[in-house]
Design a protein around this ligand. Sequence first.
Ligand code: PMP
Ligand code: GLU
Length: 386
Amino acid sequence: MEFSKRVQEVQPSATLAITSKAKLMLNNGDDVVILAAGEPDFDTPEIVKAAAIKAINEGFTKYTPAGGTVSLKEAICRKLRNENNLEYNPENIVVSCGAKHSLYNIFQILCDPGDEVLIISPYWLSYPEMVRLAGGIPRFLITSRENGYKAGPEDIQEALTDRTKAVILNSPSNPAGVVYEKNELEAIAKVCVERGIKIISDEIYEKIIFDGKKHISIAIISDEVKKSTIVVNGVSKSFSMTGWRIGYTAGGKDIIKKIQTLQSHSTSNPCSISQKAAECALLTDMDAILEANRKEFEKRRDLLMKLLDGEAKIKPFKPEGAFYLFCDISATGMDSMTFSEKLLAERQVAVIPGGPFGEGNSVRISFATSEKVIEEGIKRIKDWVK
Ligand code: PMP
Ligand code: GLU
């Protein structure tokens, strides 16, 4: 069977594949320690579940407008205004089936064949594949651990070409937990605005941020920057709602309209019931739950840093957000894929290889799991690499 050129080169998502394999082993009775999860281990808040059940009972089970209901868009505007200091109207918002879908749509409407999208490496592994699926070319800006895996304005300036359409900024980031400061965002925004480049700001991990830091959206820097920015966010990570599949995009009306048109011929609306649930999550005061979850993640991050302190072969990069620990494993002499496969086979510990994230010398350890699991996993890893 001759598949389309578009899909021939696309790799399956390694994060999803390894997590499913480990879960399967667990179901088969293997003593697996899963440090691979890309989703919070907390349950969706009860009030959100109740809103979904109410939606079902009230028959809110039909098509909605393709880009989401007006009431959910209004709730998103309210959130962006109150929490991010960003003023948008419902015409500036489109709701999609998870932030992954939001991003997929953005590349579809932005890229013509040969157009480039700048991706700061290490990166979330779906970015380049989504760009390729849109006919675009992912260009990688390699950062170093010594520079905190951050790209500076000069690096970006240098990496831009005549074909660069957009740059993706992900703060806090997956996989290294990098958080950009306001002055750094200002400097990056200046370059992008000067060069007429769109900034795609993936803010999905905004609530999971440590050391007293506050998330800042690059779009707040100025009206001009806001016009150049497409903000992506969702309820998956903040409200432990990964399975509900609600993400959203905020941006210029022209962009939003095009995404809605695209969506109207592909998925149509995101699940009506999930939209009601997301609306409830955004309109309810969840500060106490979110802060408790955030603190728990920070505690686990600190535990992991302590457990790996002084470990010669596994060198963690201290994350300032998200729930991953990106560890340099080059001293083991293995590449990330060999390390992950062997570790799973020989010690039944699942971690994600860094190769598909742009760094084959590292692996990603998720701390979206209990302290007990973390302790057991690290014990096995340390013993294995001895
Ligand atoms: N961006 C990043 C950086 C992610 O790690 C994820 C995780 N899947 C997403 C976007 C997509 O999130 P969602 O589950 O809402 O599609
Ligand atoms: N984003 C998460 C991760 O990086 C979830 C899995 C995925 O969608 O890739 O593990």
